[in-house]
Design a protein around this ligand. Structure first.
Ligand code: UN1
Length: 501
């Protein structure tokens, strides 16, 4: 498993179709979170000069790309989706090695990229606007979408293929050029991704990638006057900073800033089903999904039974390298994440919660060199406790006990986030109430909080974002301007709002 620094490959930035080192010559490392002795590679530690070069390359490529008929752009997008599918297994393995999620989930991550690529390829032949009657005779009215220009795409490490694909495919099919800054924890996945995009036939400069830190690369992208739209997924503070910087230049900014997602389990629920959904949503991807369930809101009559079953199952979950077939829970992304989750366990117990299972880093045997943390459940959490309010992004589930649907709905909605939520109930009326009442961008009935599909809008309300949606055709709104077009074929002056009275 261990590799020496000499064997590990070096990757540059992808600018104008070429691989180039950072102008400063500096690099940084990416390591396997399941075994940090495994060095994955060296990557360009870029700065504003590299960003400027990438933006220039995008500017040069933009006129040709936006002039290409959208169905033709769709053909390249389709070829990209097919290549991604062809390389799914290789990419999934590299993803597991770089960020830790178990292999089946890494395959799902790549599949999400394939799905969105095919969906967006089809958008090349849809991209519908409105054709609508004019209020005046002999006059034609319609609206069309046009690209905004250069899109700055800043992506997280937890879905290192899927999320860059969601953002880039929507930007590209609508005729924008892209500068991608991937998370510093997953530069290898990003390098493999843009390599395939080059092979798929996106012309040089249409897709560019610059690796490096948020301060050295992200900020210059956001501040660059020639970057017209930013799409960011990550933490709330960074999102607000991007928003403020972008506001000064009237940029369009699309933010996806995470969640504090709840599953509500009513007394009439199928508990076997609920247990599976809760474990999958809370501990899948080691709790490191924006959509992960971090709050279980349980109806008091079934609370002891449900928590008992969850504790038993959580205690038995097998931790390890995501490349091992038996592993159910992979590592956290880095040492900082282990410290953060540990500290929240103390925060929770200090607030009066009871540690029901887990609660500490896992270091035994083969786990010794990785960032592992035991699946953790805190019971008796109060709705306003910090562990019930703050995004922890790890395998920590807070259980809040309530009486009945009204209290459950209030608890579900009682956070500053609003991404995903779920209800387990056998009562159709209760299910429909939840669909109406739960204040999140995504609601599940009798399923967990994770697993959004790419052809529906993805995103949330309140502190989760700023109103934009990714995926689905809603994603096109982020990367296009509407143009309304009127054609008067009457051959005379016709005054709207006046001559039709
Ligand atoms: C994320 O964690 O930011 O719905 C994305 C899901 C996945 C995407 C999660 N399809 O859980």
């Amino acid at each position: 498993m261990t590799q020496t620094a000499v064997e590990a490959p070096t990757f540059g930035n992808f600018i104008g179709g070429d691989w180039r080192p950072a102008e400063s010559g500096r690099t940084f490392e990416s390591r396997n979170p399941a075994d940090t002795r495994d060095l994955i590679g060296h990557f360009a530690a870029s700065d504003a000069a590299d960003v400027a070069a990438a933006v220039r390359a995008a500017e040069e490529a933009l006129p040709g790309w936006r002039a290409m008929p959208a169905p033709k752009r769709g053909e390249i997008m389709y070829a990209f989706g097919a290549l991604l599918a062809e390389h799914k297994e290789r990419l999934a393995r590299e993803m597991t090695r770089e960020m830790g999620k178990v292999l089946a989930e890494a395959r799902g991550d790549v599949q999400e990229g394939v799905d969105i690529a095919f969906l967006m390829a089809g958008e090349g032949r849809r991209m519908f606007g409105d054709t609508t009657p004019s209020e005046l005779p002999d006059k034609w009215a319609m609206s069309i979408r046009q690209p905004i220009g250069i899109a700055g795409i800043i992506t997280p490490w937890n879905f290192p293929i899927a999320i860059p694909c969601w953002k880039m495919t929507a930007a590209l099919i609508t005729g924008n050029a892209v500068v991608l800054k991937p998370a510093s924890d997953t530069p290898h996945c990003a390098a493999l991704l843009v390599q395939l995009m080059g092979e798929a036939g996106f012309p040089p400069g249409v897709v560019n990638m610059v690796t490096g830190s948020g301060a050295d690369v992200g900020v210059p992208i956001v501040e660059n006057p020639d970057v017209n739209v930013i799409s960011f997924t990550g933490n709330g503070e960074t999102g607000v900073d991007i928003s403020l910087r972008g506001a000064r230049r009237l940029k369009r900014i699309s933010l996806e800033l995470g969640g504090k997602n709840a599953i509500a389990v009513m007394a009439d629920a199928d508990l076997d089903l609920a247990v599976d959904g809760i474990l999958w949503s809370a501990f899948g991807t080691t709790g490191q999904r924006c959509t992960a369930c971090s709050r279980l809101i349980v109806d008091e009559p079934v609370a002891d039974d449900l928590v008992g079953r969850l504790v038993e199952r959580a205690a038995a979950m097998r931790l390890g390298s995501g490349l091992e077939a038996t592993t159910e829970v992979g590592p956290l992304i880095n040492g900082g994440a282990v410290e953060r989750v540990s500290s929240y366990v103390s925060v929770g117990t200090d607030e009066g919660a009871r540690l029901a299972v887990g609660g500490s880093p896992a270091k035994e045997g083969e786990l010794a060199n990785g960032h592992f943390f035991s699946p953790t459940i805190l019971d008796g959490v109060k709705p306003m406790d910090r562990v019930a309010q703050e995004e922890i992004f790890g395998p920590l589930l807070s259980v809040i006990r309530v009486d009945g649907y009204e209290a459950a709905a209030m608890a579900v909605n009682g956070t500053r986030y609003g991404l995903s939520s779920s209800i387990y109930t056998r009562d159709t009326n209760t299910a429909f109430r939840a669909m109406r009442d739960f204040a999140t961008g995504i609601v599940y009935v009798n399923a967990g909080t994770i697993g959004a599909e790419t052809h529906l809008p993805f995103g949330g309300i309140k502190g989760t974002g700023n109103g934009h949606r990714e995926a689905g055709h809603a994603a096109l709104d982020t990367f296009t301007e509407w143009k309304s077009i009127y054609v008067d074929y009457s051959g005379r002056l016709q005054r709207a709002q006046i001559d039709n009275q």
